[in-house]
Ligand binder design. Structure first.
Ligand SMILES: Cc1cc2nc3c(=O)[nH]c(=O)nc-3n(C[C@H](O)[C@H](O)[C@H](O)COP(=O)(O)OP(=O)(O)OC[C@H]3O[C@@H](n4cnc5c(N)ncnc54)[C@H](O)[C@@H]3O)c2cc1C
Length: 411
């Protein structure tokens, strides 16, 4: 039986950041990951803001590419917001997770790769955690003061591996492809998003650059078990379409294929803690339901949790109620608005209205766009909705056989 201060199950951004913060504070930390290395299940596209580097003391080596532009195309229209310096970046998910785990070395932290959480029980105020190695079937037990569920949407520890009863579910499938120079250059500088039925009904598609002639090409659909907007069942159908329309060459190589389904619990009604066991990151729905951007929020949650765990280990608090309160306060209203927008935008069956959404966005400056899609600012969201509704009303009056939108070719 080994003894530690904290056992963290799951070495995603939430678990990695929490483990790193606790280890740096001098605690004995065990970070457990079921995959045998970080190259496996490299599922996240990694689109993020520039600020993530400074906010979480991350090195440039975890960045796949920097972007000066954000492009959005709908079925009939397209727009590009451009700056003369980077405005966003693409994290290399594999390198990011490896960096966070490596940062434990030199402290009292240890990483177990290829080991899965099996079960835990309470004994004398401590949690006894049983782990199993996938390759050998060997088991190990640890006694810990705090047990942390950072297993993401799988919610294996505190959630018992059960899916939430009421959730917004999104499935994403992505290819990492190698492309010729000229194709890479066309996409190298931009986070490109594609909305509307032409690209992915009930969801969106994207092309993000990675280093060295590599692009991430993906499609994601919300409510994957519902036919709200008529669509082909196959995700591959839309991926092929995106590649044919925007990569425009058969001369590309698929290097990796990955995907995942994430369940965001409505109103973030997840269980945050029970005694000395707490959940962090996507296990408590930190991913934003509108954009399914989750890395920054998982990192932040990992850091906030580490602060409260430190207080607990120092004997200053006996409950994680304040952790729950702080998390709910910081994302609550923004995430509620995102839920409402998700139900409006991705359930919109009239494709012309999706074009009008883009037309409303086009009146925004780049910083206003960022305030909406990355900062979820309430005022900006209200302005967007008003702007869009005005266009819908104008379009109804203008509609007399002709459509009010001028089609534009994608680059
Ligand atoms: C296709 C796709 C694209 C995305 N693109 C973006 C994007 O561009 N930008 C962005 O910010 N976010 C994106 N996200 C969301 C983002 O990746 C997640 O929100 C984020 O990774 C959540 O971090 P986490 O640490 O909470 O969970 P995860 O990253 O899911 O980490 C959980 C870890 O726990 C491990 N685990 C699970 N069960 C066990 C067990 N029993 N024992 C041991 N270990 C276990 C898993 O293997 C995993 O490594 C995307 C998601 C998907 C699916």
């Amino acid at each position: 039986m080994k003894q530690v201060d904290a056992v963290i199950i799951g070495a995603g951004p939430a678990g990695g950041e929490c483990a790193r913060a606790l280890a740096k504070a001098g605690y004995r930390v065990l970070l457990v990951e079921k995959e045998k290395d970080f190259a496996a299940k490299d599922f996240s596209s990694g689109g993020s803001t520039l600020e993530v580097l400074d906010d979480f003391d991350l090195p440039h080596s975890v960045v796949g590419a920097y972007c000066n532009q954000i492009k959005i195309a709908s079925s009939q229209d397209a727009h590009c917001w451009q700056a003369d310096k980077p405005v966003a970046l693409v994290l290399d998910f594999q390198k990011l997770r490896r960096f966070l785990a490596d940062d434990l070395s030199g402290h009292k932290g240890k990483v177990l790769l290829g080991w899965s959480f099996e079960a835990y029980e309470q004994q004398g105020g401590k949690a006894l955690v049983r782990l199993k190695e996938a390759a050998t079937g060997n088991t190990l037990s640890y006694e810990t003061q705090v047990l942390i569920d950072a297993t993401g949407t799988e919610r294996k520890v505190l959630g018992g591996g059960k899916s939430p009863a009421a959730a917004i579910v999104g499935t994403g499938v992505e290819f990492l492809i190698e492309v010729p120079d000229d194709v890479y250059k066309r996409h190298a500088d931009a986070l490109s998003f594609f909305i509307g039925q032409k690209w992915m009904p009930q969801g969106y598609a994207w092309i993000f650059p990675m280093a060295a002639n590599r692009l991430k090409v993906g499609v994601g659909r919300n409510f994957p078990h519902e036919q709200v907007v008529p669509h082909e069942a196959s995700f591959r159908f839309y991926l092929d379409h995106l590649i044919a329309s925007c990569i425009q060459t058969p001369d590309f190589k698929i290097l990796d294929q990955h995907g995942k389904t994430i369940a965001y619990t409505l109103h973030q009604r997840d269980r945050y803690f029970e005694g000395n066991v707490l959940a962090i990151g996507d296990a408590v729905s930190t991913v934003n339901p509108l954009t399914f951007e989750g890395i920054r929020h998982a990192l932040r949650c990992g850091r906030v949790a580490a602060k409260h765990i430190t207080s607990y280990l120092e004997g200053k608090t006996r409950s994680f109620r304040r952790y729950q309160f702080e998390m709910r306060r910081s994302s609550g209203l923004h995430w509620l608005i995102s839920e409402a927008l998700t139900n409006k935008i991705y359930r919109e069956a009239d494709d012309e209205k999706v074009d009008l959404m883009l037309s409303a966005l086009k009146t925004f400056s780049l910083s206003e766009l960022k305030a909406l899609v990355f900062d979820y600012r309430v005022g900006t969201a209200i302005r967007f909705v008003l702007n869009y509704q005005t266009r819908v009303i104008k379009n109804v009056f203008r509609f007399s056989g002709k459509k009010g939108i001028k089609p534009m070719e994608l680059k």
